[in-house]
Design a protein around this ligand. Structure first.
Ligand code: ADP
Ligand code: MG
Length: 683
């Protein structure tokens, strides 16, 4: 039976109005939404341990034979405890259950079951408390899905709803990829892929299903973007003609870099219609400090010369003020009027700006989302510029664009992302990259070190602090996630090895304690602040504020440091277990130092991380260009990490959440999805 993907979930049995509300909270409104609610992780029940090797606190599977019927006893608090004696060839184990009367008759003495749960070990005594269990057979699936859930509607209930559909052998899902594409790419069909992702029979199946589902998402994503782009080109356009740009060039306080010149040329061609009849939709991407502002100013100049107004929208009041201070004097010299519009202005001041925008006296307005309000009316808005593009959703940008007729748009982004990837992910934008920093910029000296240099590294940090500087120490921990023994979907695939994964997790747990001992043992006489994932956001703000004011010498952080933090006095960034980060992430982290007038350093600690990781860390030592790093990273690790790290940005942009593409480790697949989408986009 072919599933009607667009049917309301309420049509399913077991989904009444109350359940429908809960599902709605998870973004599940249709049957299709439900089937595309993919597991976030799996319990790896195939990871079977022996009783003798069970470690206290771990979550694992055991295949145990039941020795005797369960005994029951009452606790002081009135609970009934059932104790089931069981064991494997290596030792005995007590399996306990609370208050579940059916346990009395649930097991057959002498039969084997697979139990999955948390181990309590005290010396030789091993106990499994409230595990899940299934009669043992060699057909048991090794992986059990765990879903993103909501209050009052847990993963198990979601699993039951999904199983009711996909476990029926005659269930078929409508295919949404062209047959030609499936054949050419060797993809699983949709029905098999959806079945496999929910109830995988093997790691290979997960890999295959992930590949197919990621491809599908990217294909649809790219198709949507291409159609949006086509639609724009059939709409109106603010016409601009070539103008004399010499006055602007003479006003510039520096010689533009080759990259800046190239980008300005691209913008000029867009605005003056040399690149076709669609209004400009361009993203300028460049590392922090690469000089994007002057490109934005240049485009505003061209708009002004053509008699159009420009709106520059930025995410914060501080940024708006900075841009205003930078731009207003420059444009005043060119005879143009720049105004600032933020929520902080008095009503009277705002009204004055509104009036100037409506009459056309004001040429360029710089502001926050205050620009979107209805009261803001332009005489003839011809250009919209968004700085830090990801902070604004498509709808906010559209709202501003609608205040003009066929207005052009320029968005600026400070995350280095390989051009090829940007073209795919932001398919309705043209992409310009400023892949060069202005001359004379000081780079952050970067060194990769192992355990043998630890004392020297600490001494170096103490020395910097003695000189009055501050330091960051980043140690990735897993304290944010419960130790639930789950394996996230991104980690699973053909090459997955349960034992090394276990080892890695144990090591990371140790990192959390390490962060604490840094404060107490390593730098006892320095002022050390500690930032971790479980803190309330007010606590985090307090610690970061103290660091910003110089009241702390060292900021130890187990999470990735907030992007907003800017402390020019900080000169050292020590990153522990650096091999666990993507290179682009390391590059972003490194960008936290080197913001002031002092020489700055980044130390990447990793202990025998293996050859591939070592070559990545060595690359960080010699390379300071964010784009080269990102390209290298994309080749080595595939696009999944980029997609995950830029998740919010992509969702804001494409108005589509990529659920599976974040698990993609093959960049070629992404490009092919994009090429196929081109081919299948209707004219
Ligand atoms: P971002 O790309 O982060 O927005 P900005 O445009 O703010 O970078 O530029 C950072 C700094 O570099 C500014 O002080 C700017 O004046 C300066 N700058 C930009 N381009 C050049 C250049 N070609 N030569 C020298 N300095 C430049
Ligand atoms: Mg900027």
């Amino acid at each position: 039976m072919t599933v009607d993907m667009s049917a309301d979930v309420k049509r399913l049995s077991g989904v009444g109005p109350a359940v429908a509300v809960k599902l709605g909270k998870l973004g599940i409104n249709t049957v299709g939404d439900l089937l595309c609610h993919f597991p976030r992780a799996y319990e790896f029940r195939g990871n079977v341990k022996t009783v003798a090797s069970a470690e206290d606190g771990e979550t694992a599977s055991f295949i145990l034979t039941v020795m005797a019927p369960p005994t029951s006893a009452k606790t002081r608090t009135g609970l009934t405890i059932f104790k089931l004696p069981a064991g494997d060839g290596t030792g005995g184990c007590t399996v306990t259950f609370f208050n579940q009367n059916y346990i009395r008759s649930a097991f057959t003495v002498g039969a084997s079951y697979r139990f999955y749960g948390k181990v309590n070990r005290r010396g030789r005594t091993v106990e499994l408390s409230s595990p899940v269990y299934e009669p043992y057979s060699d057909k048991l699936l090794p992986l059990f899905p765990v879903y993103p859930a909501t209050e009052g509607f847990g993963s198990a209930r979601i699993n039951r709803l999904i199983s009711a559909i996909i476990d029926r052998p005659d269930t078929v899902l409508p295919e949404n990829l062209p047959d030609e594409v499936i054949q050419a790419e060797g993809l699983m069909d949709r029905t098999d892929a959806v079945r496999a992702i929910h109830h995988p029979a093997s790691l290979e199946q997960i890999s295959e299903a992930k590949r197919r589902l990621a491809f599908e998402e990217l294909f649809i994503f790219a198709k949507n973007a291409r159609s949006r782009k086509k639609k724009i080109s059939s709409g109106p356009r603010a016409e601009m003609s070539p103008c004399d740009c010499t006055p602007f060039r003479e006003m510039m306080r520096f010689e533009p870099t080759a990259a800046q010149k190239r980008v300005m040329n691209e913008i000029y061609s867009d605005l003056t219609g040399k690149n076709g009849k669609a209004p400009m939709r361009r993203m300028v991407s460049g590392d922090v400090g690469s000089g994007k502002t002057v490109c934005a100013q240049f485009s505003a100049y061209v708009a002004c010369e053509n008699g159009y107004q420009t709106a520059l929208m930025v995410p914060t009041e501080i940024l708006a003020k900075q841009h205003y201070d930078d731009t207003a004097p420059l444009f005043a010299m060119l005879g143009k009027r720049v105004r600032l519009l933020t929520g902080e202005l008095t009503q009277k001041e705002k009204n004055a700006v509104y009036a100037e925008l409506q009459s056309g006296e004001c040429d360029v307005v710089i502001g926050t989302h205050a620009l979107i309000y209805d009261k803001v009316v332009f005489k003839n808005l011809g250009l919209v510029i968004c700085d830090e593009q990801h902070r604004f959703g498509v709808s906010q940008r559209e709202a501003l664009l609608k205040k003009g007729n066929g207005a052009h748009m320029l968005v600026m982004s400070a995350t280095p992302i390989p051009r090829t990837l940007a073209l795919v992910l932001f398919g309705d934008l043209d992409v310009s990259v400023i892949d060069e920093l202005p001359p004379g910029r000081r780079t952050v000296r970067t060194a990769y070190r192992d355990e043998s240099s630890r004392d020297a590294v600490y001494a170096f940090i103490r020395d910097q602090v003695d000189q009055g500087r501050q330091a960051y120490i980043v140690c990735p921990g897993v304290e944010e996630t419960e130790d639930d023994g789950l394996i996230p979907i991104e980690a699973l695939g053909e090459g997955f090895n349960a034992e090394s994964y276990d080892r890695e997790m144990k090591r990371r747990k140790a990192a959390v304690n390490y962060a604490e001992t840094l404060c107490t043992d390593v730098f006892p006489n320095l002022r050390v602040g500690y930032l971790h994932g479980r803190m309330k956001s007010s606590e985090k703000t307090a610690v970061m504020g103290a660091f910003e004011r110089g009241e702390l010498d060292i900021l130890v952080s187990t999470t990735v440091i907030e992007v907003g933090i800017n402390v020019p006095n900080a000169t050292v960034m020590l990153i522990e277990d650096a091999e666990n980060f993507g290179l682009s992430q390391l590059h972003q982290l490194r960008g936290r130092v080197g913001r002031g007038k002092y020489a700055s350093y980044c130390i990447l600690m990793a202990d025998s991380p293996g050859q591939a990781a070592e070559s990545r860390l060595k690359m960080m030592e010699r390379e300071s260009n964010g784009y080269k790093i990102a390209e290298f990273d994309l080749k080595q690790r595939g696009p999944g990490d980029f997609i995950r790290e830029n998740d919010e940005k992509i969702r804001q942009h494409g108005a589509l959440k990529l659920r599976m593409a974040g698990a993609l480790d093959d960049a070629r697949l992404l490009y092919r999805a994009f090429e196929w989408a081109e081919k299948y986009t209707e004219d």
